[in-house]
Design a binder for this molecule. Structure first.
Ligand code: KG4
Ligand code: ZN
Length: 356
């Protein structure tokens, strides 16, 4: 069984073919990230226009790389949400058209669930050999999933495929969003996650004491307070008060102060989410713990989880943590395998605010 996955929820246009829900045959990602750098964040109109240009070449490349023709494809899975409306529309309309033209079942799937399902990939085609470091075995249920991306910070417990419960989530900013905003304050390039983790290598994570938010929900998080604490600390370092504009701070910080702020922020941001993940692992005794989303690429997060979880955690390749279509094809594979009803290719709609 081979599923073609299509992803276009943000600034990555991606297509991938996955076999039997566990074997990666191709993974093509075209990103418009470069075009957004000068604005310090994704510009929806630019992203949508870029999807229009890239989507068909990306899909054809994914089929070619997988050594597949349309006859070899059993179904199409596409991200219907959550994401940017204009970006999602391009992927969904393309998938609908291809499903009609090639007479394939179509599944509109949840991007956030996809970030967790990418952990079910355990092998790659021989022509991808060595390109991906995949877990040695598939996760087993009950499975605790930690989703940490630019738009989401959630802890979810799966009893089985398609049977899950949201344990907790952020009340305000997502963890990736906090990385991006803190990077702006200390003058590091977008996207903030990779640039903060790189800068943090030169810094002292104990240099500045930053607060961890305390919330009533046992498994809920909050990141806007931590971001503000970094801002206040930075204003303090340069001897200005809270009215000093955040975007004028960076040039007044030394390189070492930036590195110390990056390291202190990263440590606190990661500890906050690892504290709750360990708590949930102790309470629910899952058989596996998996992480997904862009921030799952973070080395400090992987280290802290491995050190503190009561069971071994396996992580997927960093290239599969940020947005891609392999995660969508994998999730689509389980919809197809488990007999979910396909969507109507004439009416499948986008769901920009889709939640878990
Ligand atoms: O999953 P993703 O590609 O897109 C969303 O669905 O949001 O996640 C993007 C987020 C960005 O906020 C980016 O700064 C963050 O993931 N990110 C990282 C790292 N790589 C990407 N955050 C921390 N450490 C990283 N190495
Ligand atoms: Zn994502």
């Amino acid at each position: 069984m081979r599923i073609l996955g299509i992803e276009s929820s943000c600034d990555e246009t991606a297509a991938s073919v996955v076999q039997d829900g566990k074997k990666l045959l191709s993974n093509v990602v075209a990103s418009s990230a470069q075009a957004h750098i000068q604005y310090g964040g994704v510009v929806p109109e630019i992203a949508a226009r870029s999807h229009i240009e890239s989507i068909l070449p990306v899909i054809h490349q994914a089929l070619d790389d997988a050594r597949c023709s349309w006859q070899d494809i059993d179904a199409i899975a596409v991200t219907k949400g959550a994401g940017l409306g204009g970006s999602l529309l391009v992927g969904v309309l393309t998938a609908r058209t291809l499903a009609i033209a090639h007479d394939k079942p179509l599944y509109g799937v949840n991007h956030v669930e996809g970030h967790i399902y990418v952990n079910f990939l355990t092998t790659a085609a021989p022509w991808l050999d060595g390109t991906y470091q995949l877990p040695s075995k598939q996760p087993t249920f009950p499975m605790l999933g930690l989703i940490v991306s630019g738009g989401h910070s959630q802890l979810v417990l799966w009893q089985d495929h398609m049977d899950y419960k949201l344990l907790g989530q952020t009340h305000d900013d997502a963890i990736g969003e906090a990385f991006d905003k803190v990077a702006r304050i200390i003058g590091l390039p977008y996207p903030g996650g990779p640039s903060i983790s790189k800068k943090a290598l030169e810094g002292n994570s104990g240099a500045y004491k930053l607060p961890k938010a305390k919330l009533r929900g046992k498994y809920d998080f909050s990141y806007s307070g931590l971001k503000t604490a970094v801002l206040r600390t930075a204003q303090d370092i340069i001897g200005k008060d809270y009215s000093f504009p955040s975007l004028e701070i960076a040039p007044l910080l030394t390189d070492q102060q930036k590195a110390d702020l990056a390291a202190s922020f990263q440590r606190t941001a990661v500890e906050t989410i690892v504290d709750k993940t360990v708590l949930a692992a102790e309470e629910f005794q899952p058989k596996s713990v998996v992480i997904g989303g862009g921030v799952a690429a973070n080395g400090e997060l992987r280290r802290q989880l491995s050190d503190r979880l009561p069971l071994p955690a396996e992580y997927t390749d960093i290239k599969l943590c940020t947005d891609n279509a392999a995660m969508i094809a994998t999730l689509g594979s389980y919809h197809h395998l488990l007999g979910s009803s396909p969507d109507d290719p004439f009416t499948l709609d986008i769901a920009p605010n889709l939640s878990m």
